[in-house]
Design a protein around this ligand. Structure first.
Ligand SMILES: Nc1ncnc2c1ncn2[C@@H]1O[C@H](COP(=O)(O)OP(=O)(O)OP(=O)(O)O)[C@@H](O)[C@H]1O
Ligand SMILES: [Mg+2]
Length: 380
């Protein structure tokens, strides 16, 4: 059989939904999971259980795959270079991956390339924050360089005492930080494209993301921004894709402030902001990511409906399990339910729902109705 084995390092919901997207192409998935009950490990064709810090285990895994891609950013960049030097095909490659792995590297290199990023500085002790504050004022944002997700690793600090506490406890825990200006965000949007090794690419419609407590709760596609701003966002992601030689899905989280755009962060893998594409685009980000990293022709990224709204399902505060209410949620017209086989700890992302429709307000209402049934979430 000549169908290549697709390896994914990480077996969370992104790997799970990627497999779902390529099952119909008979692509055998091999996941490298940190635990046997991880979201994609329970369904993949081949599973290796190991630590992503273990270069030997990663090498043994890569030897059994034709192409290796990722569902997280946590592999040590030195391990990635070692795998590439050993001849394994990593897509994206180590140089591009570093832009999603290290926020300080990302800010430094994008600023050098003339792309808009917030004012930022590296932090090695509390004095660095004090010096930055003298120039930029309070509040400020402290961020871990690596490994943050769902707002873990992001601290908005109002003054020196608070900053001091965050810096000291981070240094004690061995977490490196950067500091950046607190941007007056009007709204947050994401632009994404999918790109083959040759540079052939397709862009997805620009999407609005709504965060609450640092965690993304809702997506609305297309974003309600002017055509000029949407074009600017698309041009930015295209420029970044070329600059870093991205392969696969590239998503860029953007802040809209004062009518212009600032880059927040990059992801070089399927991204939460594009989950609506499963039903809302002719080819989902998951299938297109797989096609891109396998160097196969990309699918059409055009929308299938005027509006798509996705609500992330967060584990309910009462400890109940949304899976008990799936049948009720499916009663909401035109809503798709996706669950990730994750224990519903309060606040944890355990799934999402997507509604499609012709009317923005009605589509939004149906998505939130289904989310309300599953997790008792209320719309922001
Ligand atoms: N400089 C800033 N100014 C104002 N708000 C910010 C800033 N940086 C981050 N935020 C807010 O915090 C949220 C999370 O930040 P960021 O995306 O850097 O963290 P993360 O934990 O890596 O997120 P993700 O869940 O996307 O992985 C942003 O979506 C934004 O709402
Ligand atoms: Mg983010």
């Amino acid at each position: 059989v000549t169908i290549p084995v697709l390896g994914i390092v990480g077996a969370g919901q992104l790997a799970r939904m990627t497999y779902q997207a390529v099952v119909g192409l008979d692509v055998p998935l091999h996941v490298f999971a940190d635990r046997p009950d991880a979201s994609a490990a329970t369904i993949a064709k081949h599973v290796t259980v190991g630590s992503w810090d273990d270069c030997g285990a990663l090498t043994a895994f890569a030897e059994r795959c034709d192409v290796v891609t990722f569902d997280h950013e946590l592999v040590d960049p030195a391990h990635l270079r070692a795998l590439e030097d050993a001849g394994h095909v990593l897509r994206p490659g180590p140089r591009a991956s570093l832009f999603a792995q290290d926020k300080l590297h990302q800010r430094t290199e994008l600023a050098r390339a003339g792309l808009p990023v917030p004012a930022f500085a590296a932090v090695s002790d509390p004095d660095d924050v004090r010096a930055f504050a003298e120039e930029h004022g309070w509040p400020l944002v402290l961020k871990s360089r690596r490994g943050g997700y769902d707002g873990r690793g992001v601290w908005v600090v109002d003054g020196p005492a608070e900053a001091h506490d965050v810096v000291n406890s981070s240094l004690e825990a061995g977490v490196e930080l950067l500091v950046e200006e607190h941007v007056a965000i009007e709204r947050e949007i994401a632009a994404a494209l999918v790109r083959r090794p040759s540079g052939a690419q397709r862009v997805y419609p620009v999407t609005e993301t709504v965060q609450r407590d640092g965690i993304c709760v809702e997506l609305i596609a297309p974003a309600d921004v002017t055509p000029a701003l949407a074009a600017e966002a698309t041009a930015l992601v295209e420029r970044i894709g070329v600059a870093i030689d991205a392969v696969g899905l590239l998503a860029v989280e953007l802040f809209v402030t004062d009518g212009h755009l600032i880059v927040n962060e990059l992801a070089l893998r399927p991204h939460n902001s594009m989950h609506w594409t499963i039903e809302g685009a002719r080819t989902s980000q998951f299938q297109n990511h797989a096609r891109a990293v396998l160097d196969w022709p990309l699918g059409d990224t055009a929308p299938t409906a005027p509006y798509a709204v996705t609500v992330n399902l967060l584990g309910p505060a009462d400890g109940s399990d949304p899976r008990d209410r799936v049948a009720d949620a499916l009663g909401v017209v035109g809503v798709a339910v996706h669950l990730y086989d994750k224990a519903p700890r309060p606040g944890r992302k355990v799934g999402h729902v997507t509604a499609l429709g012709d009317d923005r307000a009605d589509t939004h209402a149906r998505a939130w109705q289904a989310a309300g049934i599953l997790t008792y979430q209320e719309e922001p």
